[in-house]
Design a protein. Sequence first.
Length: 73
Amino acid sequence: MARAIPHRNKPPQDTSAGCFTLAEADRARATGMNTAHGRDKYSSSAAAWTSRAELLARLETGSARTMGVLECA
């Protein structure tokens, strides 16, 4: 079983968990905006953070698998 690679003091935007958190915060901001422009701005930002989070999650999973293979070898 592959174990997660620790995030050694990485800023939130450099981890999948951090990006998912930033996306959720922007979605919450979008619902609280009074203007369509504000809602669109934060909704778009949330979508971008979500895309980045999904990409980082795939990379982190791949790295964890690689580390597991190397440890078993």
